[in-house]
Design a protein around this ligand. Structure first.
Ligand SMILES: C[S@@+](CC[C@H](N)C(=O)[O-])C[C@H]1O[C@@H](n2cnc3c(N)ncnc32)[C@H](O)[C@@H]1O
Length: 287
């Protein structure tokens, strides 16, 4: 198995384990999803087929179903337990709903299958953003809307610094800059991309509560260099102590750089035709 497959498996496993606790820790995710979906108020899209990429326990999908009552909503996630949790939480009136366990970088849907694709705080888990954007473009109908939120490089900067002071094993994922994301959208065949970023600071009483939140969400580091297993007690104490200098007004801040983006599925460029034609010699002679 390749490192990439191993990482995907460990991401799926972490989110599988977190599925029962996720909604007890998702204050930020809930807020970001609400801010993301508000952006739909300024569009006139009336989709009949909607895809939620990295749907988790289905908070976004439930809001989308309320917004577009007649639409078929597809929830897609790498972690089967997340989808099971979402199905359990679905209200009775959800008749036009389906759940698909798949990787956003290799979607099992036909080209042009959706008119709207939404993804909230999931794309930062992708190995290759261009692959995910390519799949979003392929499965969107021409003129369809892709709306997403993800995390930028300043995310959890305090934890990153505290962790670097303790040892060299990274405990915070690397996040991609908003401008790079915008360029990747264009390269994948999206038009008129709009990118925005905002910083949201979540305040904790102590660093341990932040770490518990991250674990409860399944947001454990997927980088292969990560130390495996539970943090040794001594290292955990060192990490908590190294976070202490960030305390402000008695509270421990955790910064999130939230990136919002949307873009429209541009017409696909026609594939280039052959530049030369080959005929058997006999046919040429006849001609
Ligand atoms: C932080 S949760 C966000 C869930 C939901 N969108 C929300 O706003 O609450 C990230 C989700 O992305 C999923 N995920 C991570 N990598 C994925 C991938 N490559 N393909 C599909 N889903 C993925 C995880 O399983 C998890 O459910």
């Amino acid at each position: 198995m390749t490192t990439r497959e191993l990482d995907k498996r460990s991401i799926a496993l972490a989110f599988d384990r977190a599925a029962p606790t996720y909604e007890a820790h998702d204050v930020l995710q809930r807020e970001v999803a609400a801010r993301l979906l508000e952006r739909l108020d300024y569009t006139t899209v009336q989709p009949s087929r909607v895809l939620d990429l990295g749907a988790g326990t289905g908070r976004c999908a439930r809001a989308l179903a309320g917004r577009y009552r007649k639409a078929l909503i597809t929830e897609c996630d790498l972690a089967p337990a997340m989808l099971r949790m979402s199905r359990e939480r679905a209200p009775r009136w959800f008749s036009r709903h389906r759940y698909v366990c798949a990787d956003v970088e290799a979607l099992p849907f036909a080209a042009g299958a959706f008119e709207l694709i939404v993804s909230s705080l999931s794309l930062q888990w992708c190995e290759a953003l261009p692959a995910a954007f390519g799949e979003a473009r392929r499965t969107l109908r021409e003129g369809g809307l892709f709306l997403f939120s993800t995390l930028g490089p300043d995310t959890l900067k305090e934890l990153r610094a505290a962790s670097a002071a303790v040892d060299e094993s990274p405990r915070v994922n690397r996040f991609i800059d908003m401008h790079v994301i915008g360029d990747a959208l264009g390269a994948a065949g999206f038009a008129d991309p709009v990118m925005e970023a905002e910083r949201i600071t979540v305040e904790y009483d102590d660093a341990m509560t932040l770490l518990r939140d991250l674990k409860g969400l399944g947001a454990t580091n997927a980088q292969s260099g990560r130390a495996r297993g539970l943090l040794a007690r001594r290292r955990l104490q060192a990490l908590v102590a190294a976070y202490e200098p960030f305390r402000r007004d008695g509270k421990m801040p955790a910064t999130y750089e939230v990136v919002y983006g949307h873009a429209w599925a541009a017409p696909q460029r026609p594939a280039k035709g052959p530049t030369e034609q080959v005929f058997p010699l006999s046919q040429l002679r006849r001609r």
